[in-house]
Design a binder for this molecule. Structure first.
Ligand SMILES: [Zn+2]
Length: 702
């Protein structure tokens, strides 16, 4: 079925949208009015001043490090006989949280300040603070002070007990509990590992895969691609670089000549093969060795200990369950794509090769599910979409958002909003909006933390501050800023992170909001993406800007959904093959200097996805193996929890607008943060154990 939106005549009346108008028509209140409201609730509202010059950034950084050093020295030097939880772990947590807040603010300036020199200094200061922070784990005097308190066997409960256990676990994981000789060995292995991982990543970055091709050979490629700078050569030929991801994607999705796709595939999948294959063997052996020395059966067990999965076996089992669940859908999709190839080539026995998948997937989407995403923009004018989203989050989380006058901002046009509880009027946090592109500004969409909610030693709570940093198309003379459906999904996702930060209420900084495990932190936002696929939700704000009586047609939403699930079996089996490759390499129980990492990886890829040829080496160019090692599964793990949580909304009386379920999410998930085991929070929200069934349903498996 081909579906296109009717073309609509444009209205001259649209001109009115080009005028820059404030978000709300009422006069904007000063921040001070909110501050007196905050006093009633014993909370503090204290937005920081944003450093304006390189000099100010240096002063802040030096003062922050100096202040933290001096506080840490006092902590370490205290009389062990007088030490308490608050004077040791509590104090350490507050010192680190203060540095983290400054570091977050400098990170924001680094990505958003209008002047390049200021951004560059901010980036230099960020590096300075992180290198200082890395040394903290190994400060022997701090360890002795904490250990001295731990040895008194204090009786602790709740969040204090959790913090205590986690800090001691950090020291154990860093090797500080080992006898001197073994500890030195662990430090040596760690340094060697850091060096080898850097080499691997550098080899990935430096690998080049040029292919020189003629216009004939590039049949099927979009003309705009062929005209791109660097692609068209002075001699009339074309050069595509298989290390440049958008070149690679364009060729593998569009080149109609199979032999060219095959050459592109080989070029891409042998990048860094010569240099990284042996290096990866050494890295895997080193990680295994390190894990064994620290008392873990495998590297993946070491890595997952601090995540939701806790054990490698849990992550493995999760992935295998999805592999099995997707088997039928995957097989059916392979058959469909193969049929397309048979028709395309006229060869009844055509085999679907790995270099055919993207090409026939694109063909399938164009032929059967095409939705003109450009035409959809008319339903999502920026202002109405933003306000509509605000109303939805206000409703489900029982909040109000009110614009206030910011005392100071880092760039013109940045606005500030206060979040209050709808019933009690208690102020809960502040967020800024920095929504349109600027020269040199961060060029994606993200929620930046400016300050986590902080509990002061005197018990008062200082409210959290976030900023949404986006790059929506600015309005033009005759049209408002019109968003793509994708952009609206991203907006709902990122604003979900803002909510997470606003609604955290843990006692200790370590547990605040994004302190949750890495394999969970995306789940609530991934869940909220589903809101923009629901007609009831969309109808509350999405309407043709030229004629607001026109809503997004139900069949368009259905077509979008069908396109999404048409090849989800292939897409997610591929994701699973990466996750399983990563886990397989990192669940070796003995360091093996002869392990053939390439053939081991290829066999996993072949079992779970479409088999790669034996002489290719995907694992030599898989950058995630450094820094995201034994963690790739986390993307699907959190997505699966996201869909599990969605099912609770779907089963409620008001579905995606249900206030009771929203309140439960606010209290059990956002509020709790990492102040208790996240699995417990998720189960409290779900009212049952986790399940992968809703995720499989989302993927189109019934
Ligand atoms: Zn996110």
């Amino acid at each position: 079925m081909t579906l296109r939106l009717p073309r609509l005549a444009s209205f001259a009346a649209a001109l009115v949208f080009a005028l820059p108008f404030p978000l709300f028509s009422a006069a904007i209140a000063p921040l001070s009015s909110l501050q007196s409201q905050a006093e009633e609730f014993k909370v503090l509202i204290a937005p920081p001043s944003y450093e304006r010059t390189s000099e100010e950034l240096r002063v802040t950084t030096d003062a922050t490090i100096r202040g933290a050093e001096s506080a840490l020295n006092s902590l370490a030097k205290q009389d062990p006989a007088q030490a308490t939880f608050d004077s040791t772990l509590g104090e350490l947590d507050r010192i680190v949280a203060r540095v983290r807040n400054v570091s977050n603010r400098i990170g924001l300036i680094q990505e958003t300040h209008p002047e390049k020199a200021v951004r560059d200094t901010a980036s230099e200061m960020s590096v300075k603070i992180s290198s200082w922070a890395i040394g903290l784990d190994y400060r022997e005097d701090l360890y002795r002070a904490i250990k001295g308190f731990a040895d008194t066997k204090p009786v602790l409960t709740g969040e204090d007990k959790l913090l205590f256990d986690e800090v001691l676990r950090d020291y154990r994981r860093a090797g500080l509990e080992l006898p001197a000789e073994q500890r030195a060995e662990v430090e040596r292995l760690r340094k060697e590992l850091t060096q080898l991982a850097t080499d691997y990543s550098n080899n990935v970055n430096q690998a080049r895969g040029p292919l020189d091709l003629t216009a004939d050979e590039l049949a099927g490629m979009p003309p705009s691609f062929l005209e791109s700078p660097g692609v068209k050569q002075p001699d009339g030929g074309y050069r595509v670089m298989m290390n440049v991801t958008w070149h690679w994607q364009a060729v593998i999705e569009n080149a109609s000549n199979e032999n060219i796709r095959r050459r592109a595939y080989y070029a891409r999948h042998t990048l860094a093969k010569d240099v990284n294959s042996a290096l990866l063997t050494r890295i895997i052996a080193l990680r295994t060795n390190l894990a064994l020395k620290l008392g873990y059966p495998t590297w993946a067990d070491y890595q997952t200990e601090i995540r939701m999965t806790k054990k490698a076996a849990t992550a493995l089992q999760f992935e295998e369950e999805l592999v099995a669940g997707l088997q039928k859908k995957f097989d059916a999709e392979v058959a469909t794509l193969r049929t397309l190839k048979v028709t395309d080539t006229g060869k009844p026995d055509a085999k679907l090769e790995p270099w055919d998948i993207s090409f026939y997937t694109e063909k399938l989407k164009k032929e059967r599910y095409s939705v003109d995403t450009e035409q959809l923009r008319v339903y999502f004018p920026y202002q109405a979409t933003l306000e509509g989203m605000f109303r939805i989050y206000e409703k489900i989380f029982s909040l109000t958002f009110t614009e206030v006058l910011p005392p100071q901002v880092w760039a013109q046009g940045v606005t500030l909003f206060a979040v209050c509880d709808r019933t009690t009027r208690e102020p809960l946090g502040l967020f800024y909006l920095d929504m349109f592109p600027r020269e040199g500004k961060y060029n994606h969409f993200a929620c930046f933390t400016i300050a986590e909610g902080t509990r002061h030693a005197d018990g008062r709570f200082e409210l959290p501050i976030a900023s949404l940093v986006c790059n929506f198309p600015p309005p033009s003379a005759d049209k408002p800023s019109l968003l793509q459906h994708d952009d609206v999904e991203t907006l709902f996702h990122e604003f979900g992170h803002v909510m997470h930060l606003m609604l955290g209420r843990s006692k200790h900084g370590r547990h605040y909001a994004f302190g949750v495990p890495q394999d969970f932190v995306e789940a609530p936002s991934q869940m909220l993406e589903n809101w923009v696929w629901d007609k009831t939700v969309l109808d509350t704000f999405a309407a043709d800007y030229r004629d607001p009586s026109k809503k997004v047609p139900a069949e368009v939403i259905d077509a979008l959904k069908s396109a999404r699930t048409a090849t989800s079996g292939m897409f997610y089996r591929r994701q699973l093959s990466f996750g399983l490759l990563d886990l397989t390499l990192h669940t070796q129980t003995k360091p093996n200097p002869d392990l053939d990492v390439i053939s081991l990886s290829n066999s996993v890829l072949g079992r779970v996805s479409v088999a790669p040829p034996a002489d290719t080496a995907f694992a030599a160019y898989f950058g995630h193996l450094m820094g995201y090692d034994a963690a790739y599964y986390g993307y699907l793990w959190s997505l699966s929890i996201a869909q599990d949580m969605v099912s609770v909304f779907e089963a409620s009386p008001d579905k995606f607008l249900d206030e009771k379920i929203g309140r439960r999410l606010r209290d059990e998930v956002y509020g709790a943060g990492a102040s208790r085991d996240v699995t417990e929070s998720v189960e409290k929200f779900l009212g049952r154990k986790q399940s992968t069934k809703p995720f499989l349903k989302f993927l189109g498996v019934e």
